[in-house]
Ligand binder design. Structure first.
Ligand SMILES: CC(C)(COP(=O)(O)OP(=O)(O)OC[C@H]1O[C@@H](n2cnc3c(N)ncnc32)[C@H](O)[C@@H]1OP(=O)(O)O)[C@@H](O)C(=O)NCCC(=O)NCCS
Length: 243
């Protein structure tokens, strides 16, 4: 019997892998990471159209970097899925601390899929993201409605698929289908490296508002770079629907 705790994730009947369809791009899905994803990640992170706008991946990006990352994120996704499995008999949807599906894949007509990138919600930790909250770090979500946790987002997409509205759709899907109802996300403060029109555009298309630019604040591969900071709060009328 299907586990209703996975809702709105579906389960691939052939592989048993959970997935989430994007709301508009029906051939694009989010799935858990797979240990076999490494070879597809390497050319993306060695492409200047991707790595120039990301602060954390090393360059050049080597097989061991992909292996390290997959060994970090796969257990997190597995643990979330185990928590949902353990709650199978509970009719109330369980609130969890993350999303088990963070990898963006394009499904081909023959049912195979290709790795396109990643999108992930996590608790904000940068000082400019936590500014004004009185917090200097966030260990685990508190979900205090009077003092909402600050969530942030990391994302990247294969250049072959840029500018087709895929990441805007992925953010809308992830936030509204999982982040708000299943993680209790109510407030987000996000960062892009200064000048990243694509990064800013994805957030603005999802109703994020520009907060500020901070100059020369982040060292990225040996160079100080500025950041744009944007914010989003769940509208009060939507809050009533999900509580
Ligand atoms: C940022 C990124 C994820 C955007 O993904 P995408 O699927 O191409 O984005 P979308 O097609 O949804 O674009 C949304 C809006 O952003 C803006 N935008 C996107 N790419 C742009 C570009 N190259 N130049 C100017 N504006 C751009 C546009 O306003 C666009 O809306 P429009 O096409 O209707 O005009 C992708 O460019 C990428 O992977 N870049 C490298 C890594 C990165 O920057 N990650 C984000 C870190 S914050």
């Amino acid at each position: 019997m299907d586990n209703s705790q996975l809702h709105p994730l579906e389960v691939n009947p052939k592989t048993g892998e959970p997935f989430l369809h994007l709301l508009s791009h029906k051939n694009i899905i989010l799935t858990p990471p797979r240990l076999s994803d490494g070879p597809a990640m390497i050319p993306l992170f060695n492409d200047e159209r991707v790595y120039h706008w990301l602060s954390s991946p090393p360059y050049p990006y080597l097989p061991e970097h992909a292996e390290w990352w997959l060994n970090q994120v796969k257990p997190v996704s597995d643990k979330l899925l185990m928590e949902l499995e353990a709650a199978r008999e509970d009719p109330t949807p369980k609130i969890v601390d993350g999303c088990p599906v963070c990898i963006i894949r394009e499904v081909k007509e023959d049912g195979t899929d290709i790795f396109l990138g990643s999108i992930d919600l996590s608790l904000a930790e940068q000082p400019w993201e936590l500014e004004g909250t009185g917090r200097i770090s966030q260990g685990t979500p508190r979900r205090d409605p009077r003092d909402p946790d600050i969530w942030t987002l990391g994302d990247y997409l294969a250049p072959s698929h840029h500018r087709q509205g895929i990441m805007s759709d992925a953010l809308q899907t992830l936030l509204h289908q999982w982040g708000i109802p299943r993680m209790g996300v109510r407030r987000m403060v996000v960062t892009t490296l200064a000048g990243n029109k694509g990064g800013v555009g994805v957030f603005e298309k999802n109703g994020f508002k520009f907060r500020k630019t901070v100059d020369d604040v982040l060292e990225v591969r040996g160079t100080m770079r500025g950041v744009h900071v944007l914010e989003w709060t769940l509208p009060v009328d939507e809050e009533k629907v999900v509580v």
